[in-house]
Write a protein that binds this ligand. Structure first.
Ligand SMILES: NC(=O)c1ccc[n+]([C@@H]2O[C@H](COP(=O)([O-])OP(=O)(O)OC[C@H]3O[C@@H](n4cnc5c(N)ncnc54)[C@H](OP(=O)(O)O)[C@@H]3O)[C@@H](O)[C@H]2O)c1
Length: 299
């Protein structure tokens, strides 16, 4: 009889966030691995435990919390939030993972060329190089713009969708596909995904093309309102979009570089989802149909 303890233990960071939550859901679809989730809020850890989950307290800003959370862990899904603190957080958790004997790190990064200069993208690349230097087996995920931003950061309001990169075409990916890729790699027993980069940019669309799809799916006319990086900067400075200052500056720079062509590659398709999962990736139309109710509610 196979003991439960012989199954690899996967620690999912950011499991209360939009990507981590879906990774946990995807991992739960099979019983190949044991799953440990984390929170930086003690009361949330307690609630998760009461639900029967293996939940641990872990604050990425406090490395003293890492050892117990990492004890016995075989694979780590490394997610950090939208702040420059990701640098120190990732460096310290990779060091701790090495000490704890973690065998494989799957890192959620960004869709970048190696010599890109946008600060947020650079931070992720520094983290990737640090993971590689650690000697721990790694897999880097490179998602392009999340379709879920259309329900959060870039919502439809009063039948209008605004984006801050003029009407440039950018690549989109559904979070369920990002999560399916991550979960497939985390539960894989062989080393077939080790030392590999996976590019997750399913479909390229500009604002006009997106509102055409959304209008069709939602059955009402959605207009596209062209905005510029300076409009985002004003929203962030006013506090209307609460975000850490360094990340705010980096996102405005990202929009500028998408518009002036330095990040023109953001508007390209590189769809590795089927290579990992064996299933087709989700188009924006399919995503909008699946999220129709939420899109209507957010309007
Ligand atoms: N948005 C995009 O289009 C896009 C595209 C490509 C890549 N990305 C990357 O996606 C990543 C963010 O993923 P996401 O959207 O899932 O983020 P998210 O929804 O904001 O979730 C972040 C998670 O990290 C946790 N967290 C934050 N600070 C922490 C700390 N000090 N200690 C422990 N946990 C902490 C949060 O926990 P709490 O619940 O306690 O806050 C939450 O679970 C970023 O690295 C970003 O670069 C985003």
């Amino acid at each position: 009889m196979t003991s439960n303890n012989t199954k690899p233990l996967v620690l999912v960071l950011g499991s209360t966030g939009q990507v981590g939550k879906l990774v946990v859901e995807a991992l739960k679809q099979t019983s190949d691995v044991r799953i440990r989730v984390t929170s930086r809020k003690l009361e949330q850890v307690e609630t998760l435990r009461q639900q029967g989950q293996d939940a641990v307290y872990l604050d990425l800003d406090d490395p003293r919390t890492f050892a117990i959370a990492l004890h016995g862990v075989d694979k780590l899904f490394l997610v950090t939030g939208y702040t420059v603190a990701m640098l120190a957080q990732s460096k310290t958790i990779v060091d701790a993972a090495k000490k704890a004997g973690v065998k494989h790190i799957v890192h959620l990064g960004i869709f970048a060329q190696w010599d890109c200069t946008d600060p947020h993208f650079v931070w992720h690349q520094l983290i990737e190089r640090y993971i590689e230097a650690s000697g721990i087996a790694w897999t880097h995920l490179h998602p392009n713009v999340f379709m879920e931003n259309l329900l959060g950061f870039l919502p439809i309001e009063n039948d209008r969708l605004s984006m801050f990169w003029d009407n440039q075409r950018v690549g989109w990916v559904a979070l369920k596909d990002v999560a399916a890729v991550a979960a497939t790699i985390l539960r894989e027993a062989s080393d077939r995904f080790t030392g590999k980069d996976y590019w997750l940019s399913t479909e390229v669309l500009n604002g006009e093309e997106i509102v055409a799809i959304l209008s069709d799916v939602l059955g009402r006319k959605i207009d596209y309102v062209v905005k510029q990086p300076e409009d985002l900067q004003a929203l962030m400075t006013s506090g209307a979009i609460p975000v850490e200052t360094n990340y705010a500056e980096a996102s405005v720079e990202f929009m500028r570089q998408v518009i002036d062509g330095r990040m023109g590659y953001i508007g390209s398709v590189r769809d590795d989802v089927p290579f990992v999962t064996g299933k087709p990736s989700t188009s924006l139309r399919e995503w909008a149909i699946a999220h129709k109710e939420s899109l209507l509610l957010s309007n």
